[in-house]
Design a binder for this molecule. Structure first.
Ligand code: SF4
Length: 299
C-alpha cells in the first residue's frame, strides 16, 4: 500500500469505528448498566433501565446512534513516534468525522462560535478536538474516541483552590456540581475528577478520567479513597436513571491527577451520561486494528 492508500484505508476504518461508538456502548458501561438495573427496586427506575436496554438493542440492530445527540467528537491519542501516518493523523481524523457524519449519520453539532452557523459537517475551528501524547520507540497508535454530548458536558467545571482549602474542598466542589447540574447529564453518570495545577491541566485530567473503565480504581491509594467517598456521596443523592430517583446516581467516579504547584490545587469535574459513548482502537504500523473497549466486535 502506498501512502495515499494507507490514508484512505485508515480514514475509512476510523469512520466505521465512529459509527460503532455511536450505536454500541463499551463493554464496561453495558455491564454496569445491567448491574445497576438488576439492583434497582424502584419500579419507575426499573422501567427506565429496561427502556435503556431496549434502546441499546435497537441501536445495534439498526446501526443507528443510541442517542440523538452524537456530540462533538473528541480524540485522545497516544501515538508512537514511528507510526507511519503520524503526520497525516489529524487530517485522517477530521475526514473520518465528516465521512461518519454522512454515513452513520451523526447529528450536525459544530457551530462556529460568534459567527453562529452550523458547518453541517461536524468539522469546525478546533473540532473535532484532538489531544496528543507521543510515545517513544513505538510504531502503533492508540485512539480513544469520545462523543461529548451537550447534556453530559453541561456539569463540567474547573477552578483553582488555595492549598489550605485542602482535598475536602475538592470533594465539596464536585458534590456542589453534582447536586446542581448532575441531573442534566442523563444519569447514571460516570464522574471524572481531575486534579492538577491550573484549570486546563485539571480539566484535561477530568476528561481522561472518563476514558478509564467505570470499574477502574486510581493507582494512588488516597485518590482511590476519594473515588469511593465521592461515589458513596453522589449515590446518596439518589438521582436514579434519568434523574427520576433511584438507588444509585453513578456508574462510577474516576480521579486522575498530575503533580501540582505547591500553592494551588486545580480541580475539574466532567461527566459522562448513561450513553457514555467512548471507544478505544489501536492500529499497528500495517493498519491492523484491535478494538479494546468492545470485545469481539469487527468493523
Ligand atoms: S446527556 Fe447523553 S444520553 Fe442525555 S441527551 Fe446528552 S448525549 Fe444523550
Amino acid at each position: 500500500m502506498n501512502n495515499k492508500q494507507q490514508i484512505e484505508k485508515m480514514t475509512d476504518m476510523m469512520s466505521k469505528f465512529i459509527a460503532l461508538v455511536s450505536y454500541k456502548l463499551p463493554d464496561d458501561v453495558e455491564n454496569k448498566l445491567k448491574e445497576l438495573s438488576d439492583e434497582e427496586t424502584n419500579p419507575l427506575a426499573k422501567t427506565i433501565y429496561n427502556t435503556m436496554e431496549e434502546n441499546q438493542n435497537l441501536a445495534q440492530e439498526l446501526k443507528r446512534p443510541s442517542c440523538q445527540d452524537t456530540g462533538v467528537l473528541q480524540f485522545f491519542i497516544k501515538c508512537g513516534q514511528n507510526f507511519p501516518l503520524i503526520g497525516q493523523l489529524e487530517k485522517i481524523l477530521r475526514d473520518s468525522v465528516y465521512q461518519s457524519t454522512l454515513d452513520t449519520p451523526l447529528r450536525h453539532n459544530s457551530v462556529e462560535t460568534f459567527d453562529e452557523y452550523n458547518t453541517g459537517k461536524n468539522i469546525g475551528k478546533g473540532t473535532p478536538s484532538i489531544f496528543w501524547e507521543i510515545e517513544e520507540e513505538s510504531d502503533k497508535v492508540e485512539i480513544y474516541t469520545y462523543m461529548a454530548g451537550g447534556g453530559c458536558s453541561l456539569p463540567g467545571a474547573a477552578t483553582v483552590l488555595m492549598p489550605g482549602e485542602g482535598y475536602e474542598t475538592v470533594v465539596k466542589f464536585v458534590l456542589d456540581r453534582m447536586t446542581s447540574y448532575g441531573i442534566n447529564a442523563c444519569p447514571p453518570l460516570l464522574v471524572g475528577v481531575g486534579v492538577g495545577t491550573s484549570v486546563e491541566t485539571a480539566a484535561l485530567n477530568s476528561k481522561l478520567a472518563l476514558m478509564r473503565s467505570v470499574e477502574s480504581k486510581s493507582e494512588n491509594e488516597n485518590a482511590a479513597k476519594m473515588e469511593k467517598l465521592l461515589e458513596d456521596g453522589i449515590n446518596a443523592i439518589g438521582l436514579g436513571p434519568q434523574g427520576l430517583k433511584g438507588a444509585k446516581s453513578v456508574m462510577g467516579v474516576n480521579v486522575v491527577n498530575t503533580a501540582r504547584h505547591p500553592s494551588t490545587i486545580g480541580v475539574a469535574v466532567n461527566t459522562g451520561c448513561w450513553s457514555h459513548r467512548r471507544g478505544k482502537i489501536t492500529f499497528d504500523s500495517d493498519l491492523n486494528y484491535e478494538i479494546n473497549t468492545h470485545k469481539g466486535v469487527k468493523l
